[in-house]
Design a protein around this ligand. Structure first.
Ligand SMILES: [Zn+2]
Length: 473
């Protein structure tokens, strides 16, 4: 693209003012001699796919970004049809996770012109599968994107969706997902006493999808357009806890850091469909990858709440496929942002493994995990295994660890590899543990801070296996 005059002007930073147009002089100020007012230069319109430098909200610094979308704002008569200042731009910062994507005004964008910067941008941009929309060259070239580049993208974004492992059909779905979820729709929600900025797109029904803010009843999860409707609803709504059955209630807070005792409710997606759909739509606002929104009847939902005099306040949840052929003991997991960094992610994970133990099975979470999910799992596996290796007297095999924890052997091996506590010997992995090595690791992973499930307080029995004739072999 040829740099226009407007572009030249932007580089000097002259047009950081949001509204273009003749300068308004405060009343009563004497006319001073000045040049006759001239028509302002039109600002450059950035097209979707343009690489720009953008001043980010999260640190106030400029970062390479890509324009994903734009929308008109305010009074358009002050700006011509082709004036960039008449738009808000939705940008993705190339070096950061999508959750930092945001709408920004024109003044925060500047064109990238130096060849070095352009090159940096290109190397940061995701390969075809993740960003198929703006081919820089012939399709052939895009398809040749190397695994290295892909890996680098993943490292930068702290995610591991392992796109190269997907089947062609899954890749197509992935592409569609990317296309559909580029732009966050709902920017904010109110839930209980919290107002939360959302992170990602979520497929709410059309009449809600374009709302700037949604208001949730924190108990029945009904969502509404206005505070007024919510207040009315709260007078009527009888719910003070999730539907379904309470299957765990602690008598005290899960750790000294917490104020209230916690509970788990098990909810059948087939019975309380409306609640579970709302829960999925709500959680999608904070999860990049999630596929089940409306098709909830094949899942159990385990909702974690903090209990106080008012009622049960939702903290997070995980879902579990009723009949997982692959041995997944968890499909989707979320701790709401208002409750993050309190150990609740690990509490949810711990509970999912407690259920597996009661079923007499080993389990593993469904992939791909969200970036935050992966962090919680790695931490959970590490701490559980280190705790066992510290306390267990006698010899242990990887299989024993799996039986004791309900953690799948592959996940155990992977975790112990990162701790350097396993070696490969005569075609198999065996433990390579010394008490000293375990103690060293425990200096970093302080187990005393952990939140724990009191398994004696779980009132849950495994569900009868569904019709075994439908089971695939
Ligand atoms: Zn309600």
């Amino acid at each position: 693209m040829v740099a226009s005059d407007a572009e030249e002007k932007e580089k000097t930073g002259e047009d950081m003012v949001a509204t273009p147009g003749p300068v308004q002089r405060p009343e009563g100020l004497a006319e001073v001699e000045e040049e006759p007012p001239k028509t302002p230069e039109p600002k450059r319109v950035y097209e979707a796919g343009t690489q720009v430098s953008c001043k980010a909200s999260f640190d106030g610094q400029n970062h390479p970004a890509e324009v994903i979308d734009r929308r008109r704002v305010g009074r358009t008569e002050t700006a011509g049809a082709d004036d960039g200042g008449a738009y808000l731009y939705y940008v993705h910062y190339l070096e950061y996770n999508k959750r930092l994507d945001e709408w920004v005004e024109h003044g925060r964008l500047s064109p990238i012109t130096s060849p070095a910067e352009l090159k940096k941008c290109d190397s940061l941009r995701s390969p075809s599968v993740l960003s198929p929309r703006h081919d820089a060259g012939p399709g052939q070239l895009e398809r040749k994107v190397t695994r290295n580049l892909k890996r680098r993208y993943d490292e930068i974004h702290h995610t591991a969706p392992a796109v190269e492992d997907l089947t062609p059909a899954e890749r197509t779905l992935e592409k569609e997902h990317e296309e559909k979820t580029k732009v966050k729709n709902i920017q904010m929600i109110e839930l209980g006493k919290y107002e939360l900025d959302t992170w990602y797109y979520s497929p709410f029904p059309d009449e809600y999808a374009s709302a700037f803010k949604l208001f949730f009843c924190e108990y029945c999860l009904k969502y509404m357009h206005s505070k007024k409707t919510l207040v009315k609803h709260m007078h009527k709504c009888q719910a003070r806890k999730p539907p379904g059955r309470e299957i765990y209630a602690s008598t005290r807070p899960p750790s000294v850091r917490h104020k209230n005792p916690v509970c788990f409710h098990e909810i059948d997606g087939a019975k309380d469909k409306r609640y579970c759909q709302s829960l999925c739509l709500l959680s999608k606002l904070f999860l990049d990858h999630k596929t089940c929104y409306y098709d909830v009847e094949h899942f159990w939902f385990y909702v974690l709440t903090e209990r106080d005099a008012q009622g049960h306040h939702i903290v997070g949840y995980f879902s579990k496929e009723k009949n997982s052929q692959e041995g997944f003991n968890l499909a989707c997991i979320l701790t709401l942002p208002s409750y993050q960094r309190k150990g609740y992610g690990k509490l949810l994970i711990a509970f999912s493994y407690e259920l597996s133990k009661l079923e007499g099975k080993v389990g593993t979470p469904e992939r791909p995990l969200s970036d935050l999910g992966l962090v919680s799992y790695r931490s959970y596996w590490t701490r559980v295994l280190l705790g066992l290796l510290r306390d267990y007297k006698g010899s242990l095999s990887i299989k024993d660890l799996s039986t004791l924890t309900a953690i799948r052997t592959e996940d155990i091996v992977q975790t112990l590899q990162t701790l350097n506590l396993v070696k490969y010997y005569k075609g198999q992995h065996i433990l390579n543990v010394t008490q000293r090595a375990v103690e060293e690791h425990l200096k970093v992973h302080k187990l005393s801070r952990d939140v724990a499930i009191d398994s004696s307080r779980i009132t849950w029995k495994p569900h009868a296996a569904p019709n075994s004739s439908s089971k695939k072999k």
